[in-house]
Write a protein that binds this ligand. Structure first.
Ligand SMILES: [Mg+2]
Length: 247
């Protein structure tokens, strides 16, 4: 990982970024949010790519300075088109609710201290198991749960707070690529900023991928590290990236 100062900024047209642990710390800080506005004011397209639920993406797509929000780790994308909210799902082959609830029963039987994330009611396509938002169960515990979930035939990704589980072939990268095509943006013209293992496909795919400082704490759990790293954590790290690109 190289320092952010080495990131080439020529030809950058879009900023894609994770939310929890990246743009957002315990709360969305004023300077991080101001940086998001600054990025857009500088002419960059801004795209949030998060594991957070559909219900939250609706609000962000409508109210935040964004060109799109990829939600639930790639299950869906929302954006305003001519003032109207457009939502596309990756696929709707079947209603996933029964299958996900069956998976939850199996997980709960094996990990009795597991709890669903508080934002589960606003999710359409996945199951979020809390390990570090309201729970304090640790990364090792999260990693065991993710492994168990994969053994049940589902996919699992670890964020800074949740283990997200789903049945389907999407991830953050697959849906982001679909959105970039729609917006006529090439991956080479994008910078991606993230912080944790569920960002690994993005870190790998984007030549200009940046991790905020805390990304170094995941060790082997991070399948692909970012190419560049900031000095600060979370929102301050995000602000560093915007300042560097728009300098
Ligand atoms: Mg994150």
């Amino acid at each position: 990982m190289q320092p952010l100062s080495n990131l080439p900024v020529e030809g950058v047209r879009a900023l894609l970024f994770d939310l929890d642990g990246t743009l957002v710390d315990e709360q969305l800080g004023a300077s991080a949010y101001a940086s998001l506005h600054a990025a857009r004011d500088a002419g960059l397209r801004t795209i949030a790519v998060t594991g957070r639920p559909a219900g939250w993406c609706d609000l962000m797509a409508r109210w935040w300075p964004l060109d799109g929000v990829v939600g639930e780790n790639g299950a869906l994308v929302m954006r305003l088109v001519d003032g109207k909210l457009q939502c596309s799902d990756w696929q709707i082959a079947e209603d996933p609710v029964n299958r996900l609830m069956g998976l939850w029963d199996t997980v709960y039987a094996a990990f009795p201290d597991a709890q669903l994330a508080a934002d589960q009611p606003w999710r359409s396509h996945d199951l979020a198991i809390d390990f570090a938002e309201e729970a304090s169960l640790g990364l090792e515990w999260a990693s065991s749960v993710a492994e168990f979930v994969r053994a049940q035939g589902a996919r699992a990704a670890i964020s800074s707070i949740h283990v997200n589980c789903w049945f389907g072939d999407w991830d953050k990268l697959a849906m982001s690529e679909r959105l970039l095509t729609e917006l006529e943006l090439l991956p080479e013209a994008c910078v991606y900023v993230g912080d944790s293992p569920n960002d690994a496909p993005m870190f790998h795919a984007f030549e200009r991928s940046v991790g905020v400082a805390s990304v170094t704490s995941y060790g082997d759990l991070l399948e692909h590290p970012p190419h560049y790293v900031t000095k600060s954590d979370g929102g301050a790290g995000f602000a560093e990236v915007v300042a560097h690109i728009t300098r």
